[in-house]
Design a protein around this ligand. Structure first.
Ligand code: HPA
Length: 272
């Protein structure tokens, strides 16, 4: 599908609204949306003002796109993302990346809330994603990109960007933030996993599980955008945790980790 054609009208609205192109794009995950208050926002558009833009139905996900500056760096920030589990089509879920590309972003930083599978992880840890297990969504991703493009150079091997990994680790070191590293397992949702599913994911070498990021990452690398991802471990995954999982717990932990997360992202932007 030619998304530039499909979203022609929307992209033209973006073109006429944007105050500048932004080298860096940032997608904020569940409960992490307040980062947008941490930078100098130059212009903001509500996504419901954009023709054809889907509306997030998840609590903790606002629908705004900000053009912002931080220490001389220009950033386009997506406050609120579009999830596959909300029933949207794969081409709809990658719209923020399409808009980032239109803004000539060279770098994309994906953030999300995730459940910890690795038993060394605890809630409020931050994990740098070193690989994504996207098996659950391969068919849709293949349809989106076309089989030819997958067979050629554009595949998940370009994720994560070595450059961004180095920058994020450097930022964590400078901010004295302990950064875990691991594999993100994409789960289709919408319900949280069962303990048995988590055992299976653990056997595949996965360290954290979440319901976003995979499609955005693959679409971004297919479009030549250097991409990396940071997971905020908001809870221990089903079966590992003794307590029943809830969106409330996810939001509560995201609130606790907020300060650490914001420092890491700000420093990363400065170092890019
Ligand atoms: N599973 C899936 N998605 C999540 C979780 C989880 O445990 N926590 C936050 N997002």
């Amino acid at each position: 599908m030619d998304l530039d054609f499909r979203y022609k009208e929307l992209l033209e609205v973006i073109d006429s609204f944007k105050p500048f192109d932004a080298d860096i794009a940032l997608i904020l995950g569940s409960g992490l949306g307040e980062f947008a208050d941490e930078v100098n926002t130059v212009k903001t558009i509500a996504t419901n003002a954009l023709p054809d833009y889907p509306h997030s139905t998840v609590q903790g996900h606002k629908g705004f796109i900000h053009w912002a500056e931080h220490k001389g760096k220009r950033v386009i920030i997506f406050q609120g993302r579009i999830h596959f589990y909300e029933g949207y089509k794969i081409h709809e879920t990658v719209l923020p990346v399409l808009i980032a590309k239109r803004n000539k972003s060279k770098y994309l930083l994906l953030t999300n809330a995730a459940g910890g599978i690795n038993n060394l992880f605890k809630p409020a840890d931050l994990m740098l994603i070193n690989s994504i297990n996207a098996i659950a969504i391969k068919k849709e991703l293949t349809n989106l990109l076309g089989i030819a493009s997958l067979e050629q150079k554009n595949n998940m091997l370009d994720f994560p960007s070595d450059y961004l990994m180095r920058i994020i680790k450097d930022a964590a070191g400078k901010e004295k933030i302990e950064l875990k590293e691991g594999v993100y397992y994409f789960s289709k949702g919408p319900s949280y996993e069962t303990p048995s599913e988590i055992k299976m994911m653990a056997k595949t070498g996965s360290d954290a599980v979440g319901m976003s990021t995979a499609h955005e990452a693959l679409f971004a690398v297919a479009n030549g955008i250097q991409t990396a991802g940071i997971s905020c471990i908001t809870n221990l995954a089903a079966g590992i945790s003794k307590v029943k999982l809830s969106h409330h717990e996810v939001m509560e932990t995201a609130g606790i980790v907020k300060e650490k997360f914001e420092r890491l992202v700000k420093r990363t932007i400065e170092l890019i």
